[in-house]
Design a protein around this ligand. Structure first.
Ligand SMILES: NC(=O)c1ccc[n+]([C@@H]2O[C@H](COP(=O)([O-])OP(=O)(O)OC[C@H]3O[C@@H](n4cnc5c(N)ncnc54)[C@H](OP(=O)(O)O)[C@@H]3O)[C@@H](O)[C@H]2O)c1
Length: 358
């Protein structure tokens, strides 16, 4: 049996629930869950609470109460079978009398694995891999990058003009885009555990790099602010050093070393907001997983480019990306993309035409 229409609708809702808590759950995955009663009616929903809090399934079960009996749990990640800071979700589903469990992504870790097997052993019907790619490219993506590659996922965000300039010839870049796009950047920051710039951006723009709401107030939860400053050029007066959020000044020799440092601090999703120098360093290292471009309908004709030299000379070797989303933000356009390969410019060139991944 494949998933029913009600289950697919519940899975779409579960993905939304996961996205709503992205940025608050690291190092744990941002999971969403919906409980359907035996007749297919939604009777409970949940999403991963901050570390130490309840898992998505347990919250959905609590909302559903007795109506979970004979019903279906729809979850973006396979229910865990281990007792961490909270009890195993597979046991909670069995105890509530759930008859069927529909899962997008099978649990990839040994530690938490075995949930599906445990459920099947007591007669629960389990469907794995339902709309798996959508869940993997959504709220679970960063956590999965951590499991598979032992590093945080990197989202490179850049605001540019139609001719691909991020700053004018005089270095000014405030503001390339309008207020709607800038508000979207604050929402994007809120989904990340750390925001990274290079010393070039910190010195030129002196950004504060905090998450602010529509009224300009600091959000209660702030990502770690990171400045890559190997030569110690950042002045003590820099706004990024104020007490609005924690800040790390790193002298890591390269992007991978920085990501290792951040991973050890439980960071799973990084927003790269640096200038063209740092963007090129991350792209050359194959360490960009998602790209968010805010394109302003303006022309400058001169000024800093979106990205510095990538060592590419022929069009056939272009670093190729796949468009995953297109949204109008006021007068600007947001384009979301993913490099078609993770493995760096050279390998992308070698495997010209390859798709998928992500
Ligand atoms: N429109 C936009 O979205 C946007 C966003 C950001 C910046 N900008 C503009 O971009 C310009 C600044 O560009 P930028 O390229 O100088 O900024 P950047 O990429 O943020 O900073 C570059 C600096 O980062 C440091 N760095 C540390 N680790 C590095 C590594 N592994 N590889 C390369 N560099 C590393 C280097 O200084 P050390 O060697 O001292 O460490 C380097 O000079 C400004 O005009 C700013 O307004 C625009």
């Amino acid at each position: 049996m494949t998933a029913t229409a009600a289950e697919l609708a519940a899975m779409a809702r579960a993905r939304e629930l996961g996205l709503a808590v992205l940025g608050t759950t690291s190092p744990n995955p941002a999971v969403g869950a919906v409980l359907l009663a035996a007749d297919g009616t939604p009777v409970g929903e949940g999403a991963t609470a901050p570390p130490g809090g309840l898992h998505a399934e347990v919250q959905a079960l609590a909302q559903a109460g007795e109506r979970a009996r004979g019903g279906t749990a729809v979850v973006t990640l396979e229910p865990c079978a281990h007792t961490g800071r909270t009890g195993p979700c597979a046991e909670a589903l069995v105890a509530a009398g759930v008859a069927r469990v529909v899962v997008a992504v099978p649990e990839p870790t040994q530690l938490a694995g075995g949930g599906a097997a445990r459920l099947r052993a007591v007669g629960v019907d389990v469907e794995l891999g339902v709309e798996q790619q959508a869940a993997e490219e959504g709220a679970l993506g960063a956590w999965l990058t951590g499991v598979r590659e032992g590093r945080p996922a990197v989202v490179w965000k850049v605001a540019g003009t139609l001719d691909g300039r991020v700053a004018a010839a005089d270095g000014s870049s405030r503001w390339v885009t309008g207020p709607e796009a800038r508000a979207a950047v604050h929402r994007l920051r809120a989904t990340c555990d750390a925001v990274v710039v290079g010393s070039g951006t910190a010195l030129t723009d002196d950004p504060q790099l905090t998450v602010r709401d529509a009224d300009g107030r600091d959000a209660p939860r702030q990502p770690l602010r990171v400045v890559l400053d190997r030569r110690g050029r950042l002045p003590a007066t820099a706004r990024v050093l104020d007490d609005a959020a924690p800040t790390l000044i790193s002298a890591a020799p390269g992007p991978r070393e920085l990501l290792d440092e951040l991973f050890a601090r439980d960071v799973r999703r990084v927003l790269l907001e640096g200038g063209p120098t740092l963007a090129a360093a991350f792209l050359r290292a194959g360490l960009v997983d998602e790209v968010v471009v805010h394109l302003a309908p303006k022309l400058l004709g001169a000024g800093a480019p979106l990205v510095d030299d990538l060592g590419i000379t022929g069009i056939g070797d272009a670093l190729t990306l796949r468009v995953t989303g297109l949204t109008r933000l006021g007068g600007d356009v947001e384009i979301r993309l993913r490099p078609t390969r993770h493995t760096g410019v050279r390998r992308v060139a070698d495997s010209h035409g390859a798709t998928g991944g992500g």
